[in-house]
Design a protein around this ligand. Structure first.
Ligand code: PEP
Ligand code: MG
Length: 883
């Protein structure tokens, strides 16, 4: 086994293809050496040694010692120095470097190899005694801290005390003699703390440092970081040992960090900072204010400290050349570390730089335009979920947040407003120009107008597909749902969160992307939908196979959907039209009617309204497909609930209160989600389905005649469980079509399909497809029915399941591919066997979730449909799914 890989002098044993073995830093150091760039020579001890170390009671493989010795000799050959030499001592840095970057989580030791003898040699060779002793004391501090476990403060206290007694306030005011004295007292401290003197033997120092760096893989900081970022603990770290170069060797030396493009905006301009006469940790520590690298950046920042460009023009020119070369080589924005030692530039690190979402977008698009990457690569580099950040106002990243509670990130974006507890209050305040956050235990269809009026919605109960979450996403409004630690007291008009009390009118901010509830107002920024966004979306459209449609029913939703690039409507939930306050009473009249004739009379009032809705919708969609679902929810949802509401409705409809309460009793169900809903309504009250079908066909004819747009309605029956059931609903639709076409003398093409939302429908998909012309998988209900998980109540325990690893994630967010997904696969396969060209789509919330979209692509579905604001995410995710 090869445990050690060397690099330096234009050659390396490793390369950037070996991050698993060499860690990211080691692999890129090797790559830079191979590219002939100035990299201080060194070697990488592999991650396999780390694995061995932990599998063998923190011992090293027996052959490692020899390998390290010859690698040290290699550095010695290239630098003309050797370890412990009294004239030309080799000094090295020892750094960790895992496969994934874990910034600041693990240990580093610099200036290793210094001791009482070599420090003199360093003083002579640098001609700077102060520098040599300052380096030595830094090494003693770092080493003692990292390897010997002596607290950092021990030394800092000593240093502060010394400066005080000398009457100075800056380290720079100390000279070589001062450092010598301090080193002597540091050494005493060490003996006191560990019972042994500071090691003078460089080999002992080196092995101590290597062991400490491997050991730091398991420090609590690193473990926590890995848990948060999902980095497997068995990856291990590599250790990089490298000849020291000094950025603190006087005014012609410097150290710095840079990005090849601006990581926050993506602008193509070298972006970075340096400190003259400093060592790496000084930049990070933030003691001195760093200087700009380029003159342009200095001017932009209005700084009067010289840029690297003017301070060290030659090193700057060389650095620019290298940054350009590295960016071209890696075809990505690079994050670099460098040191200039006495005018000579050395590269210490390069890696792909982290960036904000807007920067990621701009960089991907501009690199494609520059010919650095192709469109596929650009499309694959953007995280679809990050588009949310581009589409919704977001909290200014530098703003301070006082988080009072957390819930589910139900609908992204941030919103600030006064607390209101009723939809009415939200509406009233909106009318006078005030902004509100609607706080409810949970929302119901009665709250729609308030949700519409509020800036954001906060609920204390309910999951990612609860009413609040679905509706908020549909509206593109921020929503935090299921913030269970908040107690809402409607009667008192107040809420409590973590001991604090907030009243109606107090200001809250919610961050629907993070699921946070934040005290007070907070600074927001609304990102621009720039030209780059359009460019990337176009490339995604060229690449993807699946169609992307939107779930929309109102004209406004339809327009938003079109603006975001929807290619049709995949789900028009007609009950949302019924909930419209203007027509709710007509709907109630229909439900409260004693007989068919009464129902028909009420439906006759609804018909022109529904027709009007569809005329508008078809007009907006201008010939694009529109899938309309027949009425789905249980009827009791349309009736008033509280005594006050009942009294009001009784008055409005001129009915006795008792009649309404009796009907409510009749409609009451123990388990409404498995009750009188879905196509069961069309079976029991076929006249409702007939009215809806008539409205659809008459509207299509009207639009066709008026605008010439060929409307192709796709009518679907919800919650189907059997072929005979579907056929009965379809027969009503077909019969209505025949009548309407005969009446008008115009016919239009239409299809009738089934929503697959029950396991039985998936299993019997073959026979249902004999008459159904398309299927739309309603994966919200299918998840609910497959897993026996209530979509409205599961929030109470899902977190527990996911936290304990019993479920991979919330199945209402990302489709449970193994279970629910298998039902979709079975449905797709069996329906295609019966009808080869059957159109298959998905319209549950999963239609806007990238992982679920990838799953749909793997089944070859024809389209996904999601809320309008998620259409761009779906377009991008659908493209990525094909790559
Ligand atoms: C579904 O169940 O997935 C669906 C789209 O219908 P709804 O959410 O309206 O029940
Ligand atoms: Mg459903």
């Amino acid at each position: 086994v090869k445990w050690v890989y060397t690099f330096g002098d234009g050659r390396a044993e490793g390369s950037s293809d070996m991050p698993e073995l060499l860690g990211g830093k080691g692999a890129n150091l090797a790559e830079m050496a191979n590219l002939g760039l100035p990299v201080p020579p060194g070697f990488t001890i592999t991650t396999e040694v780390c694995a061995f170390f932990y599998e063998n009671e923190k011992r090293f493989p027996p052959q490692l010692a020899d390998a390290v010795e010859s690698a040290l000799a290699h550095i010695g050959d290239l630098t003309g120095k050797s370890f412990g030499d009294g004239q030309k001592p080799l000094l090295v840095s020892v750094r960790s470097g895992g496969r994934a970057s874990m910034p600041g989580m693990m240990d580093t030791v610099l200036n290793l190899g210094l001791n009482d003898v070599t420090v003199e040699a360093l003083a002579r060779s640098s001609g700077d005694e102060r520098f040599a002793y300052d380096s030595y004391r830094r090494f003693i501090q770092m080493y003692s801290n990292v390897v010997l476990g002596v607290g950092h403060h021990e030394f800092e206290d000593e240093l502060e005390f010394y400066k005080e007694s000398k009457g100075v306030s800056f380290d720079t005011e100390l000279d070589a003699a001062d450092w010598r004295k301090l080193i002597a007292s540091f050494k005493e401290k060490i003996v006191e703390a560990v019972g042994a003197p500071f090691p003078q033997d460089p080999h002992e120092q080196l092995w101590g440092a290597i062991g400490a760096v491997f050991g730091s893989w398991e420090n609590p900081r690193a473990i926590t970081y890995r848990r948060i970022h999902n980095i497997p603990s068995n990856w291990g770290t590599a250790v990089n040992v490298q000849a020291m170069v000094f950025g603190n060797m006087g005014p012609t030396s410097a150290t710095g960090v840079a990005f090849t493009r601006n990581p926050s905006t993506g602008e193509k301009a070298l972006y970075g900072e340096f400190l003259a006469n400093a060592q790496g940790e000084d930049v990070v520590a933030g003691i001195r204010t760093p200087q700009a690298i380029s003159e342009a950046a200095r001017l932009a920042a209005g700084s009067d400290k010289p840029s690297l460009e003017t301070a060290m023009p030659e090193a700057f020119a060389e650095f620019v050349r290298i940054t350009e070369l590295l960016e071209r080589h890696y075809r990505d924005m690079q994050d670099l570390e460098f040191t200039i030692e006495d005018g000579k530039l050395w590269m210490l690190q390069t890696r792909s730089g982290k960036r904000t979402s807007p920067a990621a977008l701009r960089i991907a698009v501009e690199m494609t335009q520059e010919g650095l990457i192709d469109k596929e690569e650009a499309v694959s580099r953007i995280d679809p979920a990050s588009l949310d950040q581009l589409l919704h106002p977001a909290i200014n990243p530098s703003a301070e947040r006082i988080v009072i509670a957390t819930g589910l990130p139900a609908s992204p974006g941030a919103a600030t407003g006064e607390i209101v507890f009723t939809a009415e209050a939200a509406e009233q305040l909106k009318a006078i120009g005030r902004k509100t956050i609607l706080v409810r235990i949970e929302t119901s269809p009665d709250d729609i107008h308030g949700m519409h009026a509020a800036e954001g919605i906060l609920t204390t109960r309910g999951g990612m597909t609860s009413h609040a979450a679905v509706v908020a996403r549909g509206m593109g409004k921020p929503c935090v749902s299921g913030a269970a630690s908040i107690r809402v007291d409607y009667a008192q008009g107040m809420l409590t969160a973590g001991g604090a009390v907030f009243h109606k009118g107090d200001v809250l901010t919610i961050d629907g992307g993070a699921g946070q509830v934040i005290k007070g107002a907070i600074k927001m920024s609304r990102p621009e939908l720039s030209g780059e966004f359009g460019a990337l979306m176009k490339w995604a459209d060229d690449i993807r196979r699946m169609e992307v449609r939107a779930n929309a029913e109102t004209p406004q939703d339809a327009r938003v959907a079109l603006k975001f690039g929807a290619e049709g409507i995949g789900l028009c939930r007609t009950e949302h039209m019924f909930f419209d306050p203007d027509r709710l009473n007509a709907v109630r009249e229909m439900i409260l009617a004693d007989n068919k004739a009464g129902r028909r009379a009420a439906l006759a009032k609804l018909l022109p309204m529904q027709r009007g809705d569809f005329v508008e919708l078809f007009g907006i969609m201008a010939g694009l497909p529109v899938t309309i679902r027949l009425l789905d929810p249980p009827l009791h949802e349309f009736l008033p609930q509280t005594p006050d509401e009942i009294a009001e409705v009784a008055k409005a409809l001129g009915l006795p209160i008792a009649k309404i309460t009796r009907r409510l009793d009749e409609l009451k169900e123990i388990n409404p989600m498995l009750g009188f809903r879905g196509s069961r309504l069309a079976i029991a009250f076929p006249e409702i389905a007939e009215m809806q079908a008539r409205a659809i066909f008459e509207a299509a004819i009207e639009v066709k005649q008026r605008t010439g747009a060929l409307v192709h309605p796709e009518i679907m029956a919800p919650l189907i469980i059997a072929k005979a059931e579907f056929d009965a609903v379809k027969a009503r639709v077909d019969a209505t079509a025949a009548i309407v076409f005969a009446e008008s003398g115009v016919s239009i093409p239409y299809t009738v399909g089934a929503m697959i939302e029950t396991p039985r429908a998936s299993l019997r998909a073959g026979e249902i497809a004999a008459t159904a012309e398309f299927f739309s998988f309603g994966t919200n209900d299918l998840t609910q029915t497959c897993m026996a998980l209530s979509r409205d109540d599961a929030g109470a325990f899902l977190g527990l399941y996911v936290g304990a690893g019993l479920l991979a994630g919330d199945p209402f967010i990302t489709i449970d591919a193994d279970g629910v997904g298998e039902l979709v696969a079975i449905g797709a396969e069996r329906s295609r066997a019966a009808r080869a060209d059957i159109k298959l789509g998905i319209c549950g919330e999963h239609g806007g979730d990238p992982a679920s979209i990838a799953f749909c692509e793997s089944l070859g579905l024809d389209y996904v449909s999601c809320s309008p604001f998620r259409v761009p995410i779906a377009r991008l995710a659908a493209a990525q799914a094909t790559l």
